[in-house]
Write a protein that binds this ligand. Structure first.
Ligand SMILES: N[C@H](CCC[C@H](N)C(=O)O)C(=O)O
Length: 269
């Protein structure tokens, strides 16, 4: 499946009891020796009564992540398509948060991504104070970045043009920066106007993806906090467009975007 070009192998572990090790994830995600994807997503039974499902996210390098926005939309499409539920609105556990997923027309899905987290310890980010923007030195350059969590860490750098080479020059250095004890996703944000931005994301555990749902949310939250953006923003990514809404403070971020089923099959490990 894919959400705006961010592609996934989605596995139903409810109807089939399987255990996957990090090396199995890497093998599945390998675009030459396996199926090939940015993330492997598992559909599991819920761990708490308020949830309908549990959703686990593994990057192509085998690392587990606490959030995947594009994957959440594809998750909702998948569980309906595979008749694991008849719900069109469902509550899903991801990491430590509960998300509400709503199926819309033409296979679009709206995700309540929860409220962003700004406290450095929650991101995690090695800073004592919370701020809308931080100074960060990476690859010998001193940068101003927005840093926050959508259930996973994001560092967002505003650029004049997403294709100015900043991602190629700085993506890896920000992703692996020592001030991020669990690494981070690195977003490169071009503000077109108050309701339209372009974004490229160098993702933790993968590298650049065609789209990053949690990254789109983080970029809009940062841009709105800095006064550059309104409450409703269209985020144009390499693989497609996402629509993000955020009213500020501790309100939830809402993301709406496309889903697609690329193929179905059986994997032999
Ligand atoms: N690479 C991310 C997980 C996937 C996020 C992205 N694919 C999305 O749509 O949010 C991380 O390690 O936090």
């Amino acid at each position: 499946m894919h959400g705006a070009g961010n592609d996934f192998v989605m596995i139903d572990t409810i109807s089939q009891r399987i255990k996957l090790r990090p090396r199995d994830i890497r093998r599945i995600a390998d675009r030459r020796r396996g199926v090939g994807c940015d993330q492997v997503l598992l559909v599991e039974p819920p761990g708490q009564p308020e949830a309908d499902f549990r959703y686990r996210i593994f990057n192509a390098d085998g690392s587990e992540a606490g959030q995947c926005g594009n994957g959440a939309r594809c998750f909702a499409r998948f569980v309906r398509h595979r008749r694991l539920t008849h719900l069109t609105t469902m509550v899903v556990e991801a990491g430590s948060s509960l998300m509400t997923l709503r199926l819309r027309e033409n296979h679009e899905v709206e995700v309540d991504m929860g409220a962003p987290l700004f406290t450095p310890a929650d991101i995690p980010f090695r800073r004592a104070e919370t701020a809308p923007e931080y100074e960060l030195t990476a690859a010998g350059e001193t940068l101003r970045v927005g840093v926050l969590s959508m259930g996973n860490p994001h560092a967002v750098l505003r650029v004049n043009d997403v294709n100015d080479g900043s991602l190629e020059r700085l993506g890896e250095a920000i992703r692996s920066h020592e001030d991020f004890p669990e690494e981070t996703n690195a977003g490169f944000l071009e503000v077109v106007d108050r309701t339209h931005v372009r974004l490229r994301v160098f993702e933790r555990g993968v590298g650049e993806t065609e789209a990053c749902g949690s990254g789109a949310c983080a970029a809009v939250v940062y841009g709105r906090r800095m006064g550059w953006l309104d409450d409703r923003v269209t985020v144009e990514l390499t693989g497609g467009k996402l629509h993000i809404q955020w009213q500020g403070d501790d309100s939830s971020v809402l993301m709406t975007g496309p889903t697609a089923i690329s193929f179905e099959g059986t994997i032999r490990l």
